[in-house]
Design a protein around this ligand. Structure first.
Ligand SMILES: Nc1ccn([C@@H]2O[C@H](COP(=O)(O)OP(=O)(O)OP(=O)(O)O)[C@@H](O)[C@H]2O)c(=O)n1
Ligand SMILES: C[C@](O)(CO)[C@H](O)COP(=O)(O)O
Length: 260
């Protein structure tokens, strides 16, 4: 799949019109023992490189800030340069102890005049560029926060959690028609995302709420509005070993159809 070389969109002063934060500092415990998940390979290439390439295929994305495992900034920067991303505006900063903190640290490295920010998991290596562009378009059309999502294939039940292996009482079965499985990149008006991360940080010192699992959750927590746009089944997150098997199959199918 060729990466278009069209010029990136810039603001009047030449800065990136859209910037993306890629939280990549997780350990990947659910994937099993090994390197940090972002550095695990898919088709011989680290997941992080696939994820950054997926973002840079969008003409709109002019800057990518990667939140790397703490202590791994130089290694990640060298890795990205070694995979043909040296010419792109890709910066690397140390991530944090949670995904929320990693995003906040990545956001802090984005110039103040960038108006639209994406947040995309390094663990979602195969997101099609059409999803990236659709999220950007929805933010540009006025949405404060936008998440790509897909309908659920399984029924979902709310339970009373118990220790692993102990049967869990079912509380209810939400109507699947009103549920969506949320993906990334999530898109935001930069000011909105910055404000909610700062508010969450301020509340943390006062024993605030637990970290959110997605950035749109912070917008909701502080009363903002989030809208869903269609995601894509290939934008799944590599979390467990079977996900890597699926990702290899998807990548092989793409390479076969693209002739390389
Ligand atoms: N402290 C953290 C934790 C997670 N992430 C990133 O957030 C994304 C989604 O998180 P997840 O899939 O949970 O990754 P891990 O935390 O690495 O996985 P696990 O929970 O299995 O350890 C990943 O790209 C991960 O690198 C991060 O930047 N900083
Ligand atoms: C942000 C996310 O990918 C949306 O589904 C998801 O919440 C990340 O969860 P994780 O446990 O940090 O992987």
């Amino acid at each position: 799949m060729a990466i278009p070389t069209s010029p990136k969109e810039r603001n009047l002063n030449g800065s990136a019109a859209v910037a993306a934060v890629v939280p990549a500092a997780g350990r990947g415990e659910r994937l099993g023992p090994g390197a940090p998940k972002a550095l695990r390979e898919l088709g011989g290439v680290p997941l992080l490189v696939h994820a950054v390439r997926a973002l840079t295929r969008s003409r709109a994305v002019g800057l990518v800030v990667v939140a790397a495992p703490p202590g791994g900034v130089a290694e990640v920067a060298a890795l990205l340069d070694g995979h043909g991303l040296a010419g792109k505006d890709v910066r690397v900063v140390p991530g944090g102890a949670t995904r929320q903190e990693s995003v906040r640290l990545g956001l802090a490295a984005i110039p103040a005049d960038v108006g639209t920010v994406l947040v995309h998991d390094a663990a979602r290596p195969l997101v099609p560029v059409e999803v990236v562009d659709a999220v950007v378009a929805a933010v540009r059309a006025g949405a404060e926060a936008v998440v790509p999502a897909v309908p659920l294939a399984d029924t979902v039940k709310r339970v009373e959690p118990r220790e692993p292996g102990t049967p869990e009482p079912v509380l209810d079965t939400p109507d699947r028609a009103v549920l969506r499985a949320v993906q990334t990149p999530q898109g935001f008006r930069r000011s909105a995302l910055h404000d909610v991360h700062e508010r969450a940080l301020a509340e943390e010192s006062a024993g605030g709420l637990p970290p959110v699992t997605d950035d749109a959750g912070l917008i909701e927590r502080f009363g903002g509005r989030v809208v869903v746009v269609p995601g894509h089944e290939e934008a799944f997150k590599v979390t467990r070993p079977l996900d890597l098997v699926l990702a290899e199959a998807v990548l092989a199918r793409r390479r076969a159809s693209d002739g390389f």
